[in-house]
Design a protein around this ligand. Structure first.
Ligand code: ATP
Length: 889
């Protein structure tokens, strides 16, 4: 398509140029043809790092440097064999790291595709939702607040529409959109009759003709990549890296010391000693650990996605496990979002509405008798306002044989209410409107009727009361407020309804029109029951020490009533948005802990709440769905967006998206986060003693001046084999029941607690000490070097196999009901035994690793030793448990 100055054209000229029809939209066939011609509406993939660079980066690690140094030294000494194997191991670590990083990236990519944006278009005369990548020039697209605009558009309608264009222009202020043609020579930011791809609708609604897609959009032209760089560095990985650096410097110190010691005080040859020291270095480096950690995190992401929580980056999995406060929206997340209007409050009476759900079955009653809108003009006006000032649709779904709605349930239930009227109600035609948004909490429409234009207004009662007061100084606010509170105390969401009449010259309404001539009509009480599973989840959160706070736009009495049903403590009552506005940040931080119910909140309140909670050292998960929730979602440790009713903007700002909008899903993700974190810790607890034990045996041998128990190659074998088999099982360990009875882990928990360090040292000493003694015993006997090496190798590996079963349960007894729950632990143990048989009996493995076949009876010792290790650790756990309990009480 040739370059056009779209902003200079009128709507009809645009329509002609693009050969479309603004009433009917494109025909499906035309759209198909255009997609062939123009391609899909996608931006070119952002440039990624070349593969070789990614591969090389795997070697940028201190511990790898140590290994490489070892390779160089062995080469200089002429031990080519060792050089080659060490180099091979470095290569394998690199390849595993590279593949792992790729896999994690792909997993995240795949998960992001689950979030691909959609667009509401008109085609063949019907509105329908399609994936945004199938938009073509000429399509008619509808926009609502929070939409991320997927293409460049020439606007054809704009109702109070404001667009945030900072992605394109860098200007943070929102732009008011217009419809008239503009002059040619103006900048992008001034082309107010166009809407650009990559920008987002901040308020209002509108529609437009697609003028450019994909790389032809303004965004595409500046080649701005909107794809963010994913964080795959998690705090835990950083901590392990720091830990690695510490290990490396300790190794260097010990190596130098050992070398000097061995050289002067023991009669080792220089070369032999160097090899021993290299062996020592190789022994204490946990080569497999980084890969295992990212595998566990990636599996966690997968598991969460299966549980309907889409997590966008690996670090979030870890953070989720530490969440200490969940701030949740009420409507739709804690409640079902299936609204039913149950009461209508008139000035002189309260009416009941029978029936439940969206089915238009039921009637409006006063004192158990039908109350007709024919006999009450005000009731008729309320019902008419409800169906006119309304953007939703009510329909009977043939497939599920159920009445359903599209759009906002608060509005959908008003359509049902209209249907229940004694005399039928037909909505009026709307010529201008102020769409609903959570900041204003009201909606208004203007319609022609007879020889006047009538504006209907519905919204949060307190807003409408102040408008009514401004219009009429005698408005009985107290009386209405009491009536409203009575409805709210029943847990109902209350909506006020009002109207204003104009003469026919009034064609457009604005917020300024709402403070004069307003006639208040009445209230509607709407019930939205809590989700049963949320009641359970709130309860479980509380026993896990996680606070649940309800953040709602609703009235405080409604919120308290629903809070009580959910089991959220409402002792302190509720604090309202306006009260929060009056507090300083410090004051808010002081009181935020007291309240669990935050009513009539604004999106700005949410951001301040997150900050206040964070100053109290909380890790905060905050939900949001609207366009204005984005800052709070970004600020929270875990921003949670709603997959169904959430806006694109909120989904983009969030770290986690709920496929089903359900509070229970957040809870499940937190639970999974705790499981993953526990298993990461257990993995470290498990792997490090392998290194500790070998380090101990080698160090002692050098000091005692005896035959070295293992070669560097054999040490590498032990480390790799234990990492790729045994430790893998821990990733699949189920959640320990006690985990959800513990308080969340504090923000600055160190990777290794003191108890963990103790355990690691203890197990290292037991396995290392036992192996050493056995080694000394064999040294005194008549065994070949290969035989001793093979026995030592098997002893350490088999002991670790038994130790795995200790570690599976942190401090509780290992032999419990869940012993057989994780079959993978048994599979990997089997695999490990096969590998050991392989290295012991297969001739070429013997040559490669300097091992030799051993007598069948010589397997008894490693297994007996393993059992002994297992029971000693179980005994230690028992003692530690008792000590810890005593300390707590
Ligand atoms: P929650 O936080 O519980 O999910 P919310 O923040 O979504 O609720 P809003 O939708 O902002 O709450 O609603 C706040 C108030 O605005 C409601 O109590 C109701 O009085 C009014 N309201 C809600 N929806 C509409 C609507 N579609 N039209 C007019 N008024 C509405």
């Amino acid at each position: 398509m040739e370059e056009r100055h779209w902003h200079t054209l009128s709507i009809h000229e645009t329509e002609d140029h693009l050969d479309t029809d603004i009433d009917q939209g494109l025909r499906e066939e035309t759209a198909q043809e255009r997609i062939e011609k123009h391609g899909k509406n996608v931006l070119p993939e952002p440039k990624k790092d070349p593969k070789w660079l990614k591969f090389l980066r795997q070697f940028n690690d201190v511990l790898i440097y140590v290994l490489l140094a070892a390779a160089v030294i062995t080469a200089v000494l002429g031990y080519w064999y060792d050089t080659i194997v060490i180099a091979l191991v470095v290569l394998i670590i690199g390849i595993i790291g590279y593949l792992q990083e790729n896999k994690a990236e792909q997993a995240l990519e795949g998960i992001k595709n689950m979030l691909s944006p959609s667009a509401l278009v008109r085609r063949d005369g019907k509105r329908k939702e399609i994936e945004a990548e199938y938009l073509v020039p000429g399509d008619i697209v509808y926009l609502k607040p929070g939409d991320k605009i997927p293409v460049d558009l020439r606007l054809i309608t704009a109702e109070n529409m404001k667009v945030e264009e900072s992605a394109l222009t860098g200007e943070a202020i929102t732009v008011d959109k217009t419809l008239d043609p503009l002059e040619e020579k103006i900048g992008l930011g001034d082309r107010t009759n166009l809407a650009f791809s990559g920008t987002s609708v901040a308020a209002g609604t509108g529609s437009g003709i697609v003028i450019a897609t994909g790389s032809k959009t303004e965004l595409g032209k500046i080649n701005a990549s909107i794809a963010e760089v994913e964080k795959v560095q998690t705090p835990l990985i950083q901590q392990t890296q720091r830990f690695g650096k510490t290990v490396a410097s300790v190794i260097a110190g010990v190596a130098v010391f050992t070398f000097i010691f061995g050289y002067f005080l023991r009669d080792y040859e220089t070369a032999e000693l160097l090899l021993a020291v290299i062996g020592l270095a190789v022994a204490v480096i946990p080569e497999g650990l980084p890969a295992i950690i990212s595998i566990i995190l990636a599996l966690g992401v997968r598991q969460m996605a299966d549980n309907k929580a889409i997590v966008k980056s690996l670090p979030s999995v870890e953070t989720l496990g530490a969440v200490s406060v969940i701030c949740s929206d009420k409507t739709g997340t804690l409640t079902k979002n299936e609204m039913t209007a149950q009461n209508i409050q008139l000035a002189d009476r309260t009416l009941q509405v029978t029936g439940s759900g969206y089915a238009p079955e039921g009637r409006i009653e006063s004192e158990n008798d039908v109350y007709s809108n024919k006999q009450d003009e005000v009731l008729n006006e309320i019902l008419l306002a409800g169906v006119t000032c309304n953007d939703s649709d009510l329909f009977f779904d043939e497939e599920s044989k159920q009445w359903k709605i599209t759009g906002d349930p608060t509005e959908g239930c008003l359509l049902t209410l209209g249907e229940k009227a004694e005399e039928s109600i037909r909505p009026l035609r709307v010529i201008s409107k102020i769409p609903f948004d959570s900041a204003h909490k009201y909606m208004a429409t203007l319609s022609p009727r007879d020889d006047e234009h009538v504006m209907y207004l519905k919204g949060a009662p307190d807003r409408l009361f102040s408008m009514a007061e401004a219009s009429d100084s005698n408005f009985p606010t107290d009386m209405w407020e009491k009536k409203m509170t009575d409805l709210a105390k029943k847990g109902q969401r209350v909506i006020g309804v009002a109207k204003r009449t104009f003469n026919t010259s009034k064609e457009k309404i604005d917020h300024d029109d709402l403070y004069e001539g307003i006639e208040f009509l009445g209230l509607i009480g709407i019930m939205d029951p809590p989700r049963p599973e949320a009641i359970e989840a709130v309860n479980e959160c509380q026993s896990a020490g996680i606070q649940v706070k309800m953040i709602t736009g609703d009235h405080k009495e409604t919120a308290i009533a629903i809070g009580n049903e959910l089991g959220i403590s409402t002792e302190a009552g509720a604090i309202q948005g306006t009260e929060i506005d009056d507090l300083t940040d410090e004051e808010l931080a002081d009181v935020v802990g007291q309240y669990n119910i935050f009513a009539r909140t604004s999106p700005e309140n949410k951001t301040r709440l997150v900050k206040a909670l964070q100053t109290q050292d909380h890790i905060v998960a905050m939900t949001g769905d609207g366009v204005n929730d984005a800052p709070a979602l970004r600020r929270a440790d875990i921003g949670v967006a709603m997959g169904i009713k959430g806006t694109e903007v909120s989904k983009e700002a969030a770290e986690m998206v709920l496929v089903d909008d359900n509070f229970n899903t957040i809870f499940k993700a937190v639970k999974e986060g705790r499981r993953v974190y526990d298993n990461l810790k257990k993995t470290i607890l498990f792997i490090l003693p392998t290194n500790g034990a070998q380090g101990f045996v080698l160090l002692m041998s050098i000091f005692l001046g005896t035959q070295l128990p293992l070669t560097a190659l054999q040490i590498l074998w032990v480390n790799m084999v234990v990492a790729i088999t045994l430790s893998f099982a821990i990733a699949f360990e189920p959640l320990e029941p006690s985990t959800m009875k513990r308080a969340p882990r504090p923000k600055k928990t160190p990777l290794l607690s003191r108890y963990y360090i103790f355990r690691i040292l203890l197990v290292s000493l037991i396995i290392g000490g036992g192996t050493l003694m056995y080694n000394l015993y064999m040294n005194a006997g008549d065994y070949s070097v290969e035989y001793i090496h093979t026995m030592t190798l098997n002893t350490i590996v088999i002991a670790q196999m038994f130790h795995l079963f200790n570690v599976r349960v942190e401090t509780e007894p290992a032999l419990n009901r869940s012993f057989f729950e994780n079959p993978i632990a048994f599979y990997v143990s089997g695999a490990l035994i096969v590998l050991q048989l392989f290295i012991t009996y297969v001739p070429f493995m013997n040559t490669a690793f300097g091992t030799t076949p051993i007598a069948a009876s010589d397997w008894i010792i490693p297994f007996v030793f393993g059992l002994v290790v297992f029971f000693i650790i179980e005994l230690e756990k028992l003692i530690s448990r008792t000590v810890m309990k005593r300390r707590q009480s």
